[in-house]
Design a protein around this ligand. Structure first.
Ligand code: IPE
Ligand code: IPE
Ligand code: MG
Length: 257
């Protein structure tokens, strides 16, 4: 298992995104209900957030609920929503203590009002914090985000606010992540190797890291391990290895603008 000391500070990923997966299987292995796994996943969230803040990572995005997750049994959805409310309530102090600003991406307006209110409260409370930006992906899906972006672009076009042929940079402005740099590292737990409709546009050049660890077992050391692995890779962005070696310090994804 990797330690914090193995991480090269100068080559820290600026943005880490996580698909937190495997809660249900973790609970099942213990003969418990799926929600038991979700509850135990909260500790992993706290550890990951604290470790990212300690290291000095700028952005951490956590996939907490996808639009496809509405297809789960209603009792599981209800339990997930309650857990979201109680966790945000309880952890706002941790966010304040660590100077962490909370942000959200996804169709937050499609969440139950109680959840929206709690989230809004935490967004307001942490809005002046200047440390890690913790981005919760809630009721999020990449294709929803892209079609929403096109719909809003169409409206602006009809209103005469934009020209009809947007470039990548202009389209990027219509995404819910427009003020967030693309992830440098994506971690998915539980052994699944798929994106499940997460950040489809933004992951274009992200380094992907898959681990068999189930989310409720994920600890700081697992995050360090993923970062050390990331730092061993050569990010070429279409160039040759020789070109990249000459400019080794540029380890983060190129951004728009
Ligand atoms: C991830 O764990 C949590 C959410 C998707 C909300 P799962 O609930 O997907 O756990 P598995 O994949 O069934 O084990
Ligand atoms: C992805 O996990 C969504 C979240 C982690 C919130 P899922 O467990 O829902 O993904 P699939 O359905 O197995 O692809
Ligand atoms: Mg799953």
């Amino acid at each position: 298992m990797a330690t914090k000391e193995e991480i090269i500070q100068e080559r820290l990923p600026r943005h880490i995104a996580v698909i937190m997966d495997g809660n249900g299987r973790w609970a099942k292995k213990r003969g418990n209900q799926r929600i038991f796994g979700h509850r135990n996943g909260v500790k992993s969230v706290r550890e990951t957030v604290e470790a990212a803040a300690e290291l000095g990572v700028s952005y951490l995005t956590l996939y907490a609920f996808s639009r496809e997750n509405w297809n789960r049994p209603s009792h599981e959805i209800d339990a997930l929503m309650s857990l979201l409310v109680s966790t945000v309530e309880r952890e706002t102090k941790t966010l304040m203590d660590n100077n962490i600003q909370l942000l959200t991406i996804g169709d937050v307006q499609g969440l139950p009002f109680k959840v929206q209110d709690k989230i809004q409260e935490a967004l307001d409370k942490t809005s002046a914090n200047t440390g890690l930006k913790l981005v919760l992906a809630l009721n999020y899906s990449g294709r929803w985000e892209l079609s929403e972006a096109l719909r809003r672009f169409g409206e602006d076009y009809k209103a005469g606010n934009v020209s009809g042929s947007p470039d990548e940079k202009e389209l990027n402005q219509y995404l819910t992540t427009s003020h967030i740099p693309d992830p440098d590292l994506l971690i998915r737990t539980s052994g699944e190797a798929r994106l499940s409709n997460f950040l489809l546009w933004q992951l274009a050049y992200t380094e992907l890291y898959f681990t068999d660890v189930l989310w409720p077992d994920f600890r700081k050391e697992n995050l360090f391990e993923a970062i050390v692995n990331y730092q061993s890779r050569e990010r070429r962005f279409g160039k040759t290895s020789e070109q990249v070696v000459r400019n080794k310090s540029k380890n983060n994804a190129p951004q728009y603008g």
